[in-house]
Write a protein that binds this ligand. Sequence first.
Ligand code: M6R
Length: 609
Amino acid sequence: MCGIIGYIGKREACPILIEGLGKLEYRGYDSAGVAVMNSGKTDVRKCMGKLRALEDAIRNDIPRGSLGIGHTRWATHGGPSDANSHPHTDCAGNITVVHNGIIENYMELKEALTAEGHTFVSETDTEVAAHLIEKFYDGNISEAVCRAAKMLQGSFALVVICNGEPDRIVAARRYSPLVVGLGKGENFLSSDVGSFLSYTRDAVYIDDDTAVTVTADSYSVTDFDGNPIRKEVHKIEWDASMAERGGYEHFMLKEIHEQPRALRETMRGRLSPDSGNVELPGLNLSDEYIKSVDRIRMIACGTAYHASMAAKYAIESLCKIHVDIDFASELRYREPLIDERTLAVVISQSGETLDTIVGLREAKENGAKVVSITNVVGSMAAREADGVLYTYAGPEIAVASTKAYTTQLMVLYMLALYIARIRGTVAPEDAKKYCEELWDLPEKAEIILNDYKAVREAANRYYCFNGFLYMARGINLASALEGALKIKEISYMHAEGYAAGEMKHGPIAMIDPTFATIAMCVKSKTYDKMLSNIREVKARAGEVIAIATNGDELIESYADKVIYIPETLEVFSPVLVAIPLQLMAYQVAKNRGPAIDQPRNLAKTVTVE
Ligand code: M6R
């Protein structure tokens, strides 16, 4: 995820671009850049690091001109560096581009363009767009952008300027956000209205597969064939700080709602429901090696550890291979059995958690090959591993992890299916069924997010209770632990995740009318056992909230409150179960009052032991 911006008008563009990029930095901050045009010449300034580094670099030599574009980057293709920073240009420096998204067919396009004589100076997917537009440019930049956009696969919001047409900015979109801000004698383009709200509240949202040409006094929207499209102008009611959060009160809530998109981004280009195939180009492990592995060891902390718990169930069942899971903080102080036949899977949203990095090194020293699953391109976990699988969740700002967790699960499921295919432990027709089911998860996540009145009602009823017990069996034990962690960290309430079958060995003593139990009771092979566990809690005057599968009427006679989610295979259900648990934690914390995005005593990335 990156932030893009464009300005055309009568004022100096650069200060406006820098101000707007500051509002977009939440979308990524690996590098920043601007391009400002003056008398048909474009001055590009960019550098690695936060926006502050760019500001320092241009402070005494600000590029002048009243037309410009800017970018703040969250690296996906090519690590953070000056060369990979946006804007990118074509061979002649006539066409300048900023981009948010991932161009999936960039390698194939790059090869073809190189063969035609184009020279590339970065490792990014974006640079392909600049050269493709150059190839099609024939005196009309709007047409060239549309022709190029038609050839791109993946997601993009592109903002483009051309020295030959110094009175306009052209932009095109597919899947990545793009909005036009309409001022008086000046116009803006951006990923997010927050970046121009101090100038105008009139906005036009650009749809997928459309392009827009903006001058200082006009804008026109077309499809990629040039057919005009009429658009409505929206009046933005938010204040500027709300706008950075896309209108959500907290980043956590925004990130919860981003999960359908994040899951789609994470699957795109890797999983094919039609063929039942999974491709994992970053994995970097030969089939021979995968066949030779005799155990997998997962290393992670916190929420990422819960993802590894769910993965143990999934991988052992789909791949018939032994999986050990370790808290990274524990691994280094014992003598774990790791050798050349161990595949270590390191999971870390930030890729910088010290305990996890130490665990990664320990695994390598013992001869294991290491694959990192991380959200941050170029992070330590990515750099030090033999292979990397990125979760394309985009920056996670709230301390409580939400979209990172569900995208980690998604990557782990794809890894399980990939290994299962190579080891021949899943029949091709079953693999197809699993892929189809995974493919449908984002839509099912949307269904949950479109209406969660039942979660709000439960939170409003139980937020004053003395504590929560999350109980589950099977793979959703991971969900129980994750649900309890979420509520602990943002509402400071006592909460425990427990295996339902273990309740009778101790925790059931805690049950009384002031203690609420959240039971993971989706359709599963242990459904009946869960019903019995709910009965046991009810018999001790405990209140029960059940997370259940749509259409399950029986559960109503067992639980005090039911939160329904769409049906999926039990093995994939933790992705959907996580969402009401995140929303529940959020709503309870909101009712109780703590600082949701930055809870006390915690840090987003823990780089100490
Ligand atoms: O960046 P990492 O995934 O390595 O972080 C691990 C934990 O610190 C993290 O998941 C933490 O538990 C979250 N705040 C939980 O919401």
